[in-house]
Design a protein. Structure first.
Lengths: 271, 342
């Protein structure tokens, strides 16, 4: 082998553990791998591109007249709603793909390399923020094309977008957990939809809460998704920051605080 | 450095692998049942066994991919359970099923593995190009792996295991599913690896492969090592060599058989080729008597050879079943697994 003479054991600098710096670097490389995969198989972006377009059109024209009198008045209500729903639904993909990935042969190689154990997990979560960004940008663009002019101005829209992306990232830890413990990718999809469907629809994303029966209002008001939707509406539509923003961020932090450790632990045990 | 010192310095790395009493249960199934292995640094070690013998499970335990239920393993003196991170810095693993990223290109795969191993961006690019060149994959470097043939995938897989130039390389069935030419290339590659100082542990179902490559062999069956030694030792353990004689004049053949049976006091058999007689040969010395007797009777020989038992016979004797049966079954089974994965 022309180039490769083997470094013998004695000549090697062996480290007992990965350093923090190496963990970060490994995670970034794994994120880079995620990005490459997205670029190589753009068809896996169908959901994040089509869902914002179709849902925005569909919901706006179906509910617009009934709920807000006309489409134009409904846009400030529905765009933040669709945004939150779409981006958070997208975060399911993190869990599904993680499961698929862990079943593949390449994962054995990752496990046999002297890298930070956490890197494949952290990398996947990091790379998926790209999907959230695409979904966010598309939803706002779609709204803009249909005549949505958020009064908060561009800077607040950007803040709202960041808020949604951060929260989606936090929520993706839940699905990552399912991804790690589930047996198959389709079961991850199944469980995640069951959790997410009521959460997104039993919220104020599509209809104002006060139109709902009392017992349902109670749930809609404590639903964290409602707080996130309200926070986005406040930011985008009036440029204000309210209690809902803090509630969303605290919720996100709590999710990460609970699910990151148990996911990591389950992941380490599994791998 | 005096010889004494050098001896001490290499003392702990004389053995690349020392495994003691490895056990792995999958539910009720005892897949590995007390395996001991000692592999000397700088050699090729073959692990041979029929389907389901526990080869893959054993390799996975040695390579830190699976925790052993019982027993311990040292890799160059480092305990696999206590220092997995150090062990991972010393090994390269090519699993039974391709462990590369299907959706990426060959170059991208190698670059990502290089980056993970701490090479800089430029170094990674160079390393990838260098390895692709070495394994004859340069032309296909940019194509996604989906379009790679089995042989190309296997070579890429091996290339990926060599990025860090590890001193110990595990190869789980490196040539299963390869055509004879590609198999020979793979063998050459493995031999070159050992020349550069690596130690290789490979599993195989092909006796010929173990015969060709391995310095020592362990035969595993039902999760246990049922035989261990050099190829010649194993062959000798099954017993006698056989004597093959070709007779010039086919009419003499009955006469010849009688003579052989008288002199050697064994049963002979006629092989499918006309005029060929086979007889077990326990005592080489008696062959002289035999040849003299044949000459006296005027029986002329065309050819004479002594053959050691083939590894096939060894395998059959040790495991009590045909190797070929198992090998053909396995290729079907692995096809099935491939399909399921797709
Ligand atoms: N992950 C697993 N879960 C349950 N059983 C397993 C698992 N992996 C292996 N086994 C079982 O352990 C036994 C040994 O399997 P192993 O894969 O080690 O055999 P092998 O010698 O590599 O066979 P092959 O030649 O077919 O690759 C088999 O009975 C197999 O069914
Ligand atoms: Mg196997």
């Amino acid at each position: 082998m022309s180039s490769s003479t083997i470094n013998q054991v004695a000549g090697r600098q062996l480290r007992k553990k990965t350093s923090f710096k190496q963990s970060v670097s490994n995670s970034l490389t794994m994120a880079y791998r995620g990005v490459l995969k997205i670029r190589r198989t753009p068809e896996q972006l169908f959901d994040v591109t089509l869902q914002p377009i179709i849902f925005t059109l569909m919901f706006t024209y179906i509910f617009g007249g009934a709920i807000s009198g006309n489409v134009q008045n409904y846009l400030p209500v529905i765009i933040p709603g669709i945004l939150v729903q779409t981006v958070i639904t997208t975060s399911i993909v993190t869990g599904v793909q993680l499961r698929e990935d862990m079943d593949k042969g390449v994962f054995d190689r990752f496990k046999s390399l002297p890298i930070a154990r956490i890197a494949p997990l952290a990398g996947a979560l990091l790379a998926d923020t790209i999907r959230y960004t695409i979904a966010t940008v598309l939803t706002f663009t779609m709204g803009y094309i249909m005549g949505y002019r958020p009064e908060g101005g561009l800077s607040h829209v950007v803040l709202a977008a960041l808020l949604v992306i951060v929260c989606a990232w936090a929520i993706s830890w839940i699905f990552a957990f399912f991804g790690v413990i589930a047996r198959t990718a389709s079961s991850v999809q199944g469980i995640s939809m069951i959790v997410l469907f009521p959460l997104t629809f039993l919220s104020n994303a599509f209809v104002p809460a006060d139109t709902l029966p009392n017992w349902l209002q109670w749930f809609v008001k404590i639903n964290p998704i409602s707080h996130l939707v309200t926070a986005v509406r406040d930011l985008a539509n009036s440029g204000t920051v309210g209690w809902d923003l803090f509630a969303s961020l605290i919720g996100a932090a709590v999710i990460v605080a609970i699910f990151a450790p148990i996911t990591v632990r389950a992941y380490m045990r599994r791998t | 450095m005096s010889i004494q010192n050098r001896k001490e310095a290499t003392a702990n790395s004389e053995w690349a692998i020392e495994a003691r009493g490895l056990v792995k249960n999958f539910g009720d199934n005892r897949a590995v049942d007390g395996v001991n292995l000692n592999v000397r640094a700088g050699t090729i070690y073959g692990v041979l066994g029929p389907n389901g013998a526990g080869k893959t499970t054993t390799i996975r335990m040695l390579a830190t991919l699976l925790k052993a239920d019982e027993g311990s393993t040292r890799i160059f003196g480092y305990d696999v359970a206590k220092d997995p991170h150090i062990v991972r810095q010393l090994i390269g693993v090519t699993g039974q099923y391709a462990s590369v990223d299907e959706s990426l290109s060959a170059t991208e795969n190698l670059i990502i593995f290089s980056r993970l191993l701490g090479l800089s961006r430029a170094e990674s690019r160079n390393k990838a190009a260098e390895l692709l060149e070495e394994f004859g994959l340069t032309e296909a470097a940019k194509r996604p792996l989906k379009n790679f043939s089995g042989g190309m995938r296997r070579r890429l897989d091996l290339a990926a295991s060599l990025i860090a130039q590890p001193p110990l390389i595990f190869l789980d069935e490196p040539t299963t599913g390869l055509d004879p030419r590609t198999r020979n290339q793979m063998w050459d590659t493995i031999r070159r690896l050992v020349k550069t100082g690596s130690t290789v542990l490979l599993t195989t179902q092909y006796l010929q492969e173990a015969d060709e490559l391995a310095d020592r062999i362990a035969v595993i069956d039902h999760g246990r090592v049922v035989a261990e030694g050099t190829v010649n030792e194993l062959k000798a353990s099954v017993g006698t060599s056989s004597l093959h004689l070709s007779i010039q004049n086919p009419q003499d053949i009955q006469d010849a058989r009688q003579t052989i049976e008288q002199v050697l006091k064994v049963q002979t058999s006629i092989s499918s080729e006309i005029g060929k007689i086979t007889a077990p040969m326990a005592d080489a010395d008696k062959v002289t008597d035999l040849l003299i007797a044949l000459r006296q009777k005027g029986i002329r020989l065309d050819e004479m050879s002594v053959q050691k038992p083939t590894l096939d016979e060894v395998f059959l004797t040790i495991t009590g079943r045909g190797a070929e049966d198992d090998a053909s079954k396995s290729s079907n089974e692995s096809d099935k697994v491939e399909e399921e994965r797709v």
